[in-house]
Design a protein around this ligand. Structure first.
Ligand code: C5P
Length: 303
């Protein structure tokens, strides 16, 4: 008999490549993106059969505990599609992934619970069923049905190919505000003279075999400009970080590290040599009294 209380890890993701291709008649944007799950994420405790219906608990005040939470919707979709009676589900979310941070926290939580329910009830839903439910919940939700590095298209929901990646270290930097995905996409400008076509293949090969400098060179996100335009308050912080990176590299011949944006923001990230390099930079930003929190994370399911 399975235990009535199980805790699952719900990983964050970053976008290493995000190319907006066109606006679609349904209002969404057609994309090419490479997403990567991280070993940084939330913990979700699921208790079965304690109370009737659905309950969501969370220590974070801005996380909804009602039907507007994607986790709630995922539970409802699962029991409707499987035609199994809900035995009573109590969810406790231990949030580490900031809200509105471009790290897919809400989508990851919903899909982690969806997979957990399917496992608990001995897999009544096929992979196809799970993908259909995930696509109804959001655009980056399908990605979380798998782990690792994936090239995705459509709204982001079509997982086209898995990419072999070696283990990379990232310093994730949280500027302390939420970014609205809808608002950032709404600010995207289709100007072909300013947005030359970008290809993901050089990034894909540098993920498995390249150097850090090559990876930085091919990382691409054309939501960066609309994110900065929607949230100009991040520009001074970005300027300070870039200044520190270039001062530190001034004595060497190396190029300064690049500050990247994940998805529609607000997370900024650096690719680092290893944990001590990432700690060095975090300490340096703290010494300079920058208003930014940071965590070290690594690629999950890598070579
Ligand atoms: O799918 P999700 O709920 O994450 O998307 C939030 C909003 O972001 C959508 O309502 C849409 O305005 C925008 N979006 C988009 N194109 C995408 C993904 C999201 O325009 N590929």
């Amino acid at each position: 008999m399975p235990s009535n209380s199980i805790t699952y890890f719900s990983p964050a993701k970053i976008n290493l490549f995000l190319n907006v291709l066109q606006k679609r008649p349904d209002g969404y944007h057609e994309l090419e993106t490479i997403m990567q799950t991280l070993d940084f994420g939330d913990d979700i405790q699921i208790v079965f059969g304690k109370n009737q219906g659905i309950e969501i608990h969370c220590d974070h005040p801005s996380v909804p505990r009602d039907t507007s939470n994607l986790v709630w919707k995922a539970i409802e979709c699962f029991y409707r599609a499987s035609e199994i009676k809900n035995p009573g589900i109590s969810i406790t979310l231990r949030k580490r992934i900031p809200m509105g941070s471009g790290l897919g926290g809400g989508s990851s939580n919903a899909v982690t619970v969806l997979k957990a329910l399917n496992q608990r009830h001995s897999f009544p839903l096929s992979d196809l069923n799970l993908h259909e439910i995930a696509a109804m919940l959001g655009s980056d939700t399908n990605f979380f049905l798998n782990i690792g590095t994936w090239f995705c298209t459509g709204r982001g929901e079509h997982l086209i190919r898995k990419i072999e990646s070696r283990r990379w270290t990232f310093l994730l930097l949280f500027p302390g505000f939420e970014s609205s995905t809808q608002k950032v996409y709404g600010r995207f400008l289709f100007d072909l003279t300013k947005h030359p076509s970008h290809h993901s293949l050089p990034l894909e090969s540098s993920l498995s075999q390249g150097t850090l400098e090559e990876l930085e060179k091919y990382i691409h996100n054309n939501l960066r400009a609309p994110f900065l335009s929607c949230y100009p308050q991040v520009k001074p912080l970005l300027g300070l970080i870039e200044r520190e990176l270039s001062i530190a590299k001034a004595t060497t011949c190396e190029k300064a590290k690049k500050v990247c944006v994940s998805g529609s923001g607000s997370t900024l990230f650096l690719i680092c040599d290893d944990d001590s390099d990432a700690s060095f930079w975090m300490n340096r930003f703290r010494q300079k009294k920058m208003k930014v929190d940071g965590v070290i994370a690594h690629t999950q399911d890598c070579l």
